[in-house]
Design a protein around this ligand. Structure first.
Ligand SMILES: Cc1cc2nc3c(=O)[nH]c(=O)nc-3n(C[C@H](O)[C@H](O)[C@H](O)COP(=O)(O)O)c2cc1C
Length: 426
């Protein structure tokens, strides 16, 4: 259930006799570390009071679509964007039918229609309603659209009948929900992620570096773990805790990062270079601390190894994703880097004063990305970095799966480059 920690779960409660069981679902979600917001249909409020869920979730319960006050606060579109996943438990037969039709005349239906995050339904109804061909056809339609259906259980029902239709018990329900955060899109794949800044020594106490916090790279590594990948995270000097279930290798300089990536790249399927690697380093590192003597001082710099270009040149079939942090002409620079390095995708974001609009900057908890690949592009709007990372992994998986078969890394021989060309920028 680790996967539910820090996730934002929007819980929909509809008009089923099993609605009273949703209280336990809220409690257990919060125990698992999830943040919960509840949306109830009018039917749902006939069975349990919003007050119960307000107390259990610690948040106001959302009830109405056409409510000016709600729309001024967290309206239906904001709720749709807020969530990492939507769980409707219990999901009534009528609500399921409304989803199939794409209705949006109540808050919960509208949120489900507007949202792009995983949708999970736990149907609960009389077994006759469940087995009805209309309901069964509706369930198949939703499954074909990627909706995850959990349950129902079999057993004695509130109406006295015995059969299928009971709300799935809370434990398997949450286990099933947590699966959407690691749906196995990258099961069996190895992903290597670089993150954070590098430090280039000037003398034993001074260095050149940048403001990268490593948060985006760590979130991407976590999202790749969630998607089922074996993940190697090569981290520059950052103060972030190590995410679960991955191999972390700490480095300091661009040279160390280059060597570590090279030493672990064999067998990797996807390489995601988020690290803000120094482009230049001091040509000479003095043995002792430089003393303040002259009015002016010149430090001569040389280019660091270009990790991404080097990797792509040696392993042409390896799926490589680069990052571009720009202060101007974002698209132009990003597309140029994509082409120049011959990589498969580039994720570009604003940094510095230009980042204020997108609320993204080194060290911030949010960001926005523009993705470019040779025959497409996508825009990921401002979101918390973990959420953005999951969206990015989704796009990477799609492009990785759609790449031409001949470029598959496993089919590709290592190209030996006897003379390593060192160019600035990675
Ligand atoms: C006592 C009672 C119990 C009900 N239990 C269920 C149920 O368990 N599942 C279901 O799908 N519908 C059940 N219904 C019917 C729904 O409440 C009804 O279809 C309602 O319109 C659903 O509204 P909603 O989907 O907007 O919440 C029940 C109705 C009553 C009167």
């Amino acid at each position: 259930m680790d996967r539910l920690a820090n996730k934002r779960i929007l819980l929909g409660i509809t008009g089923s006799i099993a609605a009273y069981k949703a209280g336990e679902v809220v409690r257990r979600l919060r125990d698992a570390g999830a943040e919960v917001r509840v949306v109830m249909t009018r039917g749902g409020t006939e069975f349990v009071t919003p007050m119960t869920f307000q107390a259990l979730s610690g948040q106001p319960v959302h009830l109405h679509l056409l409510d000016a006050d709600a729309e001024a606060g967290m309206g239906h579109i904001e709720l749709a964007h807020w969530a990492d996943a939507i769980l409707v438990a219990p999901a009534s037969a009528d609500f399921i039918a409304r989803l199939v039709l794409g209705r949006a005349d109540d808050l919960l239906s509208a949120v489900c229609l507007a949202s792009r995050v995983p949708l999970v339904l736990a149907p609960a109804m009389n077994s006759g309603m469940w087995h009805n061909p209309a309901t069964q056809a509706n369930i198949r339609t939703l499954q074909s659209r990627g909706v995850l259906i959990l349950g129902p259980d079999e057993g004695k029902q509130a109406c006295g009948e015995v059969g299928a239709g009971r709300l799935l018990a809370t434990e398997p329900l949450l286990a099933g929900l947590s699966e959407v955060f690691g749906r196995g899109l990258l099961t069996g794949k190895t992903v290597l992620v670089t993150a954070g800044p590098t430090r280039e020594a000037i003398d034993p106490v001074r260095y050149l570096s940048n403001h990268s916090s490593g948060k985006m790279g760590f979130s991407i590594a976590e999202a790749a773990v969630e998607a089922g990948a074996r993940v190697i995270l090569v981290a520059g000097p950052v103060t972030l805790p190590t995410p679960d279930h991955l191999q972390r290798l700490d480095v300091v300089s661009a040279g160390e990062m280059f060597d570590t990536v090279m030493a672990h790249i064999q067998g990797v399927d996807i390489f995601i270079a988020t690290a803000a690697v120094a482009d230049y380093r001091p040509l000479r590192v003095t043995e002792n601390k430089i003393k303040k003597k002259a009015e002016r001082m010149v430090i001569e710099l040389e280019p660091t190894p270009d990790i991404l270009s080097e990797i792509k040149a040696r392993y042409p079939g390896l799926f490589c994703v680069g990052f571009a942090a720009e202060t101007s002409d974002l698209e132009t620079y990003a597309r140029d880097k994509l082409q120049r390095k011959g990589i498969d995708m580039i994720a570009a974001n604003w940094v510095g004063p230009a980042a204020i609009e997108t609320e993204g900057a080194f060290g911030s908890d949010t960001n926005a990305l523009r993705l470019f690949w040779p025959d497409g592009e996508a825009e990921l709007t401002v979101a918390a970095k973990p959420k953005l990372a999951r969206q990015l992994i989704g796009h990477i998986v799609q492009c990785y799966q759609n790449r031409p078969p001949r470029s598959k890394h496993t089919d590709t021989k290592v190209v030996s480059l006897p003379d390593v060309k060192r160019t600035p920028g990675s």
